[in-house]
Design a protein around this ligand. Structure first.
Ligand code: AGP
Length: 609
């Protein structure tokens, strides 16, 4: 939530243009207001307003801001509505400094009251503005070349909560000061230019050399150098080369990132299934050693985790496995001990609900395996074993390619478990892996090609509806849940998923003619019961849309059917079946006139509780 970018350069150029293009790449993190501040000839220049970057840049010329050091922010409002005044950056009383912030300052009200008593004048309703005034207050008693960083650190000592902060100050006009606690910040390194951003794509067009700022670290960037410290001691930075390309963070001719990312799934899956076998073996060992397993995730990643749950419980029969929504972790903390293995699933690797759960689980002695898409993000760093999906950057707020990549990696992990449990000998296992690895991307490609036109047509049929149901049974339930989440989050059609057998216990009451009912019915043990559940809905006038393996019994009970090629492994079903649902959601959003990349009220990386 909220995107930050800061740049300082030795080049004779105005950084405002670079900051604006970086903000465009971070817009998925928040898009209700935007602002930039630079330092030019010892003075702060700033522009900000409510709206998306395109809306704001049509009113304000960010490019006219001068100076080679600056910060920018795209906001997802937490404290105070999205207005010009509440937009970041925020200044102190004398406009000698500017801050941008991602996170929440829990004790901002008491700090604000104290600062007001000391004479500070506040303009906004945000928690962030207290930071600007706190630094101003601390700066009064600092002298010498390190005055700004000293004041910054003293201010940080007084705040409670989560933050990624960047600061510029007229007293040190070529430097950027940063700090992080539980909200991401990555540093980009070029010879004469340094960047700090919430995510790598913000500076990917300029550099692939990156350093992750870790929790509790404070950094100073000059055009030539990066200085990081923690608890007063210098920290040696650990730079790494980013494997993502600049093109992967661009739309490349697609109207939206979401559609591009749906189409990227075959390659994302192929890359993901090119696994780090050592890490996979280590994860398998930890799972088999543990007395109980907790799968921890949020949103779409939770649905992937739930698919994993159905795969694991089939294999680990007696071992308790609990899939837990991360924000509910506290309710289950009593289950966690040193014999527990937590499997955390997160695209961003930064979701605060997951991090909070993992931090508590570590305290209880649990071992952690994580699946993330962003290398070296916070969640992998909290883990003993880090597995990565290799889906490339995902910019659309709705998770698509990272979801199928998570499901594929969990399926691959369950195949590894089968091998460790001697379900297969070496030869059989090799051939299963070869088939699985080639079949997953090829079926995905076929499903996209064969169903996109139909998805577009169906989207126009259901677009005037306000409600919809997604029904499945057993291990297919996560597919229905993910389909419902996708449809509601971007098209705003209310969508509910539930086990098909529950219909008669309440939900069927609101079914009426034309009410869309999605039936997830692969050729498996659930299919026969799905027949009668579809009939019940149809009898009330429901518009039946089935996703099926060309099962004529289901097709003849449906108004529309999406046909999925059969595969050699049932593990492929939660990947192939979710794709038509992603495409229907995308086209429904477009048909209803909404931007699928920027759903209202949402941001991609949820770094607040
Ligand atoms: C799904 O489309 C959403 N973007 C959301 O539910 C997301 O999956 C959730 O916030 C978890 O994010 P993570 O995978 O980055 O942890």
């Amino acid at each position: 939530m909220c995107g930050i970018i800061a740049i300082t350069t030795r080049r004779k150029t105005n950084v405002s243009k670079m900051i604006t293009s970086g903000l465009k790449r971070l817009e998925y993190r928040g898009y209700d207001s935007v602002g930039i501040a630079t330092i030019s000839e010892g003075k702060i220049q700033t522009m900000k307003d409510a709206g998306t970057i395109d809306q704001v840049t049509s009113r304000l010329s960010f490019d006219t801001l001068e100076g080679s050091t600056g910060i920018g922010h795209t906001r997802w409002a937490t404290h105070g509505p999205p207005t010009r005044i509440n937009a970041h950056p925020h200044a102190d009383c004398s406009d000698s400094l500017m801050v941008v912030h991602n996170g929440i300052i829990d004790n901002y009200l008491s700090l604000r009251n104290d600062l007001k008593k000391q004479g500070h004048k506040f303009k906004s309703e945000t928690d962030t503005e207290v930071l600007a005034h706190l630094i101003e207050e601390e700066f009064k008693s600092e002298k010498g070349p390190n005055a700004v960083i000293q004041a910054f650190k003293k201010a940080l000592d007084k705040i409670e909560g989560t933050y990624a902060i960047t600061l510029i100050h007229t007293a040190d006009p070529t430097k950027i000061f940063l700090a992080r606690k539980d909200s991401p910040l990555v540093i980009g390194v070029q010879d004469d230019t340094k960047f700090a951003a919430s995510d790598i794509p913000a500076f990917l067009e300029y550099t692939k050399n990156a350093i992750v700022l870790k929790n509790g670290e404070v950094a100073t960037l000059t055009p030539e150098a990066v200085y990081i410290e923690k608890n007063g001691f210098r920290v040696q930075p650990k730079p790494f080369i980013v494997s993502w390309t600049a093109e992967s963070a661009q739309k490349s001719g697609y109207p939206h990132f979401m559609l591009k990312e749906i189409h990227e799934q075959p390659i994302a899956l192929q890359n993901t299934l090119n696994v780090n076998v050592k890490a996979l073996e280590e994860a398998t060992k930890r799972i088999l050693e543990a007395e109980k397993i907790i799968i921890l995730a949020a949103g779409t990643s939770y649905h992937a985790g739930l698919s994993g749950y159905y795969q694991f419980q089939r294999l680990l029969k007696q071992k308790p496995i609990y899939p837990i929504i991360a924000s509910e972790y506290e309710t289950y903390n009593h289950l966690v001990d040193e014999n527990t293995c937590i499997l955390a699933v997160s695209q961003s690797g930064e979701t605060l609900d997951v991090m909070k759960g993992l931090t508590a689980a570590r305290k209880a002695g649990a071992k952690i395996i994580s699946i993330a898409n962003v290398i070296d993000s916070s969640i992998p760093r909290l883990s003993q074993v880090a597995l990565y999906t290799k889906a490339g950057p995902e910019i659309g707020v709705a998770a698509t390619k990272t979801h199928t990549a998570q499901v594929a990696l969990l399926a691959r992990l369950s195949l590894q478990l089968e091998y460790s449990l001697n379900v297969w000998n070496q030869q059989e296992f090799s051939s299963i892996i070869t088939d699985f690895t080639s079949e997953v991307p090829s079926i995905t490609r076929t499903v996209i090609n064969q169903n996109e036109f139909k998805a577009k047509q169906l989207a126009s049929i259901i677009s005037d509806q306000n409600h919809s149901y997604f029904l499945a049974r057993g291990k297919n339930l996560p597919i229905a849940m993910e389909g419902a989440l996708k449809l509601k989050e971007i098209s705003y059609i209310h969508a509910e998923a539930f086990p098909a057998g529950e219909s008669k216990h309440g939900p069927i009451a609101i079914v009426e003619p034309k009410f869309p009912v999605f039936i997830i019915s692969p050729k498996d043990e659930t299919r026969k019961k799905m027949f009668s559940n579809s009939e019940e809905m149809k009898a009330r006038g429901g518009y039946i849309i089935s996703i099926t393996h060309k099962d004529q019994e289901i097709v003849k009970r449906s108004d529309q059917s999406f046909l999925i090629p059969e595969s050699s492994s049932p593990l492929i079903t939660p990947i192939s079946y979710v794709i038509p649902l992603q495409m229907i959601s995308y086209y429904a959003a477009v048909h209803r006139g909404f931007d699928p990349d920027k759903p209202k009220n949402l941001a991609k990386t949820v770094t607040v509780e």
